[in-house]
Write a protein of this length. Structure first.
Length: 495
């Protein structure tokens, strides 16, 4: 501990965001460039180096948080980068995209604002790249074994990097034209600029990982053929089967899934198209779903120039403080949080009929209404109680020219034929089953990430990728020195 009194003398200070009126005019990341390093040393000093650091348990990666906090407070950035990369392949991703369950588990958070762990993490990652502390690490020798990884999201990339560094020849198959999975086309540029992804992919290429884009396994190449070609196969396709909203009017033009909308906006940023065919410009937009994907749609619609944007959340508005009875420390609490997108909607007053930050809480969609041309024109909703029962007299309608469904995902998509061709056993909830070694019902085929776990956080995705890599390495060689931070049945801390 660099400063034993740091947590008592230094208040929590987070990476400042750019002014709303400035950042909504572009797609750059929302934070003030260069404003983190001047404050991050003092924030790292707030870490108490507690005897039982629950931040370790709250993070499935097992990040060595007190260690790199201490190193940052002492300006030892190289050592901090080494400790960070010892447990996390992609800290520049998690430092920007993870909701930071580690901070909820910070011992200081029992009665004070937690250490800004996420900010310290991203500062180390960015400094490592700037100072050359993240060089490629190709293996000293090759094992002669080959592995195919299906999917290039955080799970697939983590598995591929670990297996490549262990000496195996790895090829990653991605159905999209670019690599990254949801990080590429699901995460808006203002949350994570894709240059961070490109930089890491170049590192992986230099280490020896091969990539095959625009290749759908099960369609462009047979799954059985692929299994025969490689010594092992890792399925890391994610949970891309979106949940539907079966209400009257769902078939109207203008009602779309969030993951139909967000990729098009990202393709505009990539330069593929001049404007999105689903652009929110000049439209009244309603987003159904109160999670992070809904917030991503909100920020995107604001930047596209929507006439209004409202987000519906079926849950009641949470309180500002942790409910110690329902969600005691160190579990991750459901509290009121103001994302960058909600802050923008609040300041710009994008939803006059909603609460201050564009969200309508405890709201359930009844049906959509359209015009004579079959285009959606309004959404009818009702307020609900904690049991999701409608409250009498609370129904109302909102103007809606574009409705975006952000209701989450149920499991992997089966339309490409991958699952059926390999004859994989499925769980009742729609995910692929596996044993304690991440192995599926088909020999030599492993599964990790959301395809088996179900929809989860990026830290769990990377932890799954690292763990399945150890399992595959063990399958190929009989033993493994690769770390396995979690097991297939581990779950986040809950009451």
């Amino acid at each position: 501990m660099a400063d034993p009194k740091g947590f008592m003398t230094t208040p929590r200070e987070e990476w400042p965001r750019r002014p709303v009126e400035e950042r909504v005019r572009d797609w750059d990341e929302v934070y003030v460039p260069g404003a983190l390093l001047p404050i991050v040393n003092r924030q790292a000093d707030r870490c108490m180096d507690c005897g039982v650091p629950f931040c370790h348990e709250a993070c499935p990666l097992g990040n060595l948080i007190p260690e790199w906090n201490d190193l940052v407070s002492r300006d030892d950035w190289r050592a901090a980068a080494d400790r960070l990369h010892a447990t996390n392949n992609f800290p520049e991703f998690t430092g920007r995209l993870c909701p930071a369950p580690c901070e909820a588990g910070c011992v200081l958070a029992i009665n004070q604002p937690a250490v800004t762990i996420k900010n310290v993490e991203v500062a180390i990652a960015d400094r490592a790249w700037a100072d050359g502390f993240a060089p490629p690490r190709p293996p000293d020798r090759l094992s002669g074994r080959t592995v195919a990884v299906i999917g290039s999201g955080p799970t697939g990339l983590a598995a591929a990097q670990q297996l490549t560094r262990a000496g195996h020849t790895v090829a990653v198959y991605e159905r999209d034209d670019r690599l990254g999975g949801l990080m590429r086309y699901g995460i808006p540029e203002f949350k994570m600029e894709k240059r961070h992804l490109e930089r890491r992919l170049e590192q992986m290429r230099a280490e020896g990982t091969k990539f095959r884009t625009s290749t759908t396994v099960g369609r462009d190449v047979g799954a059985v053929e692929l299994r025969a070609r490689y010594d092992a196969v890792v399925i890391a396709t994610g949970a891309t089967a979106w949940r539907e909203l079966p209400v009257p009017g769902r078939e109207l033009t203008g009602v779309h899934q969030a993951m139909e909308y967000l990729p098009l906006a990202n393709r505009v940023c990539e330069g593929d198209v001049a404007a999105s065919p689903l652009s929110a410009a000049g439209k009244h937009v309603v987003i159904v779903g109160g999670g992070d994907t809904g917030a991503d749609c909100l920020g995107t619609a604001v930047r596209e120039g929507a006439a209004s944007v409202t987000q519906l959340d079926i849950y009641a508005q949470p309180g500002a403080e942790r409910d110690e009875d329902a969600e005691p420390w160190p579990t991750y609490p459901k509290i009121y949080r103001l994302s960058a997108a909600h802050e923008e909607a609040r300041d710009l007053e994008t939803a006059p009929a909603a609460h201050a930050d564009a969200r309508l809480f405890a709201a359930s969609t009844l049906h959509f209404e359209g015009d004579t041309g079959g285009r959606v024109r309004s959404l009818h909703l009702v307020e609900v109680d904690a049991g999701r029962r409608p409250l009498d007299g609370s129904d109302r309608s909102l103007p809606a020219d574009l409705v975006l469904l952000a209701l989450g995902f149920s499991g992997p998509d089966r339309k490409d034929g991958l699952i059926d061709q390999l004859g994989l056993a499925m769980a009742p909830r729609g995910t692929i089953t596996r044993d304690a070694d991440f192995a599926t019902s088909t020999r030599g085929v492993f599964v990790a990430g959301d395809a088996a776990r179900g929809q989860s956080l990026i830290v769990w995705a990377i932890a799954e990728g690292r763990a399945v890599a150890a399992a595959v390495d063990r399958y190929l060689t009989g033993s493994s020195q690769l770390p396995a931070p979690i097991g297939p049945y581990d779950r986040p801390m809950v009451v």
